[in-house]
Design a protein around this ligand. Structure first.
Ligand code: M6R
Length: 610
């Protein structure tokens, strides 16, 4: 996630901006830059990589001004490079931006036709040109920003400088965070509270559609029509460590609760709700290729592997294409049969996992087309692949993957729908139904998190001393059972098994007694009846049964010891909601046990070594 900082006041701006950016480093970034008003114009410094590279540049070529904006970039449009780093400039205007502009293709076309030369691959540069065009047409800076945001679709937090108004910064937000810091004779803005804590604890949290003009001695707030508005001033007493985690105790918990936002960002610009379809442009494949695919081979490790099991089921059902899922570590080096006609989908949060990288490389060498589904822009797997379909979950800091898992599910479901539609397997009506259900997911995930948090915390307290825990699920709930078990193992060190519920009587049922908590996933789907029988089998053997069921399921309430309810959705979408209470369960057990939740023993976030 990008980070924005702005300063207007009497002090040299550059050190305050760099310090603020450093305090936002936890958000992750690949490049950084500053723009500061100087007597000769707005001066820019940008550098790829860590902040120390930007500091080196500032040492050689200092920026002397007292009003400026800074940015750390987590690439979404365009690879990490100096030319794509922010701030972006158009004439006298400089802009930093956090978010994703959905209508960037149309805006780029329009600006080019209007004679603008576009230097970078970013959507942000387009914002700078739009503001500049309005200034040229006679608008003042505030008016130009208001006109510009009326043209933007998607998510943004922007901060804008105009050489003609060196006394101010204009900021605006929609769906991306922005906070204004109120000082004495100086004012600030930032994407997040930690950047501002050393300077002020008096803050205003901007809301969607808010625009603010920051000067040294005042802050004015406006709505999208330019009418003056007021927002409450808040005193923040968080410690810097708490602020980084937005008040959550651990990054993992913060990331669990970020999932509605991560899914919204991942779906943004991909769902065509007018025609009830998935847009072509971001999938990375063309229609001809979609039609030529004979088989889909999913490659991944760990949690990403679990996402691919759902991906496989969706591909078979919705796209009508034979599909297999392989652990990348088992696929590589065994000379598997793969080649032309195969679409290899390599799924990885980091885009750097060595097994997935090597396996996908081997498949590509044998003639398969490789599509990467990765979260980190321009990572090794993204670079080696023929095409990339990015998840937009933002950086994930907890070693245990949570928000990137559900974002991977979102991409794999969109891919299956897109393939099914292009190949004529999926009817327009069904496609529209799925697209609408996807659009409702962020809200339903939010409800699930809020509705189950306390229940799960209580359950975790009661069951934290269990030696073994079982997770059972069928169909799309099978990968969720595996994921629930992996989460628990990883961070709480409790032995857990995820099983296909139908396999229970082939062995694991022998484990069950009154000491073994058994989670049974029984959302309303095509497997409901049979999954429910498994729940009863566990109950009959005295297990403590925890049902994860669709809200209002009386039978599940009756037959289980604990019931965790999830909202009703299409059967194909149940994994997005059923996984949430399992992530919370793993988190709370680990927290009660006092383990190192964010950095569990023996584990690395990215496994780049053999
Ligand atoms: O970055 P990747 O998605 O390729 O990582 C794969 C696994 O290492 C990863 O999912 C691992 O299992 C996580 N710790 C799960 O929480």
């Amino acid at each position: 996630m990008c980070g924005i900082v702005g300063y207007v006041g009497p002090r040299p701006a550059a050190p305050i901006l760099v310090d603020g950016l450093r305090r936002l480093e936890y958000r992750g970034y690949d490049s950084a830059g500053l723009a500061v008003h100087s007597p000769s114009g707005i001066e820019i410094r940008r550098a790829v990589g860590k902040l120390r590279n930007l500091e080196g540049l500032l040492f050689e070529r200092p920026l002397e001004g007292t009003v400026g904006i800074g940015h750390t970039r987590w690439a979404t449009h365009g690879r990490p490079s100096e030319v794509n780093a922010h701030p972006h400039v158009s004439g006298d205007i400089a802009v930093v931006h956090n978010g994703i502009i959905e209508n960037h293709v149309a805006l780029r076309r329009e600006l080019k036709a209007d004679g603008f030369e576009i230097q970078s691959e970013t959507d942000t540069e387009l914002v700078a040109h739009l503001v500049q065009r309005e200034v040229r047409r006679g608008k003042d800076l505030l008016g130009a920003v208001l006109e510009t945001i009326a043209r933007l679709q998607g998510a943004y937090a922007i901060a804008v400088l105009d050489h003609a108004r060196p006394d101010r910064i204009v900021v605006a937000r929609a769906s991306s965070p922005l906070v204004v810091g109120l000082g004495e004779g100086e004012n600030f803005c930032a994407s997040d509270v930690p950047a501002l804590l050393p300077y002020t604890r008096e803050m205003i949290f901007l809301e969607d559609g808010d625009v603010a003009v920051l000067e040294a001695d005042r802050v004015q707030l406006f709505d999208v029509r330019g009418e003056t508005i007021e927002r409450p001033r808040r005193h923040i007493d968080w410690s810097p460590a708490m602020a980084e985690k937005a008040g959550y105790k651990h990054f993992m918990l913060k990331e669990i609760f970020e999932q509605p936002r991560a899914i919204e960002d991942t779906l943004r610009g991909r769902l065509d709700r007018t025609s009830g379809d998935i847009f072509d442009q971001e999938i990375g494949l063309d229609e001809e290729r979609a039609k030529a695919i004979r088989r889909v081979v999913f490659l991944a490790c760990g949690t990403s592997h679990h996402a691919t099991i759902a991906g496989r089921y969706w591909t078979e059902e919705l796209a009508g294409i034979p599909a297999v899922t392989e652990l990348a570590s088992e696929f590589r080096g065994r000379n598997p049969i793969v080649g032309e006609g195969d679409l290899v989908v390599a799924v990885s949060q980091s885009g750097e996992t060595i097994d997935t990288l090597v396996a996908a490389r081997e498949a590509k060498k044998k003639g398969a087309t490789v599509l990467a589904v990765v979260n980190v822009i321009d990572s090794a797997i993204a670079r080696m692949a023929d095409a990339v379909f990015y998840t937009h979950a933002g950086p994930e800091i907890g070693v245990a993957s949570t928000k990137c898992f559900t974002a991977q599910l979102a991409n794999l479901l969109m891919l299956s729908i897109w393939l099914g539609r292009r190949r004529g397997h999926l009817s327009a009506e069904r496609c529209r139904e799925l697209v609408e259900a996807l659009a409702s997911l962020p809200q339903q995930m939010q409800e699930t998190l809020q509705g189950t948090r306390q229940l799960v915390a209580n359950l975790a307290k009661r069951t934290k001393d269990a030696r073994d825990v079982l997770f059972l699920g069928r169909g799309l709930s099978f990968p969720i059972a595996l994921e629930g078990a992996l989460k628990l193992k990883e961070i709480s060190y409790v032995h857990a098994e995820g099983y296909a519920a139908g396999e229970m009587k082939h062995g694991p049922i022998a484990l069950i007694d009154e000491h073994v908590p058994v989670f049974v996933l029984v959302p309303e789907d095509d497997q409901y009846e049979r999954s429910f029988s498994n729940l009863q089998e566990a109950k009959a053997r005295d297990a403590r049964v925890i049902a994860v069921a669709t809200s209002g399921d009386e039978a599940a309430l009756d037959q289980s010891d604990d019931l965790l309810e999830v909202p009703r959705t299409l059967p194909q979408l149940t994994p997005f909601v059923t996984v949430l209470p399992l992530q919370l369960f793993a988190y709370y057990v680990a927290d009660f046990k006092g383990t190192d939740v964010d950095q569990p023993r023996n584990l690395a976030k990215t496994v780049t070594v053999e």
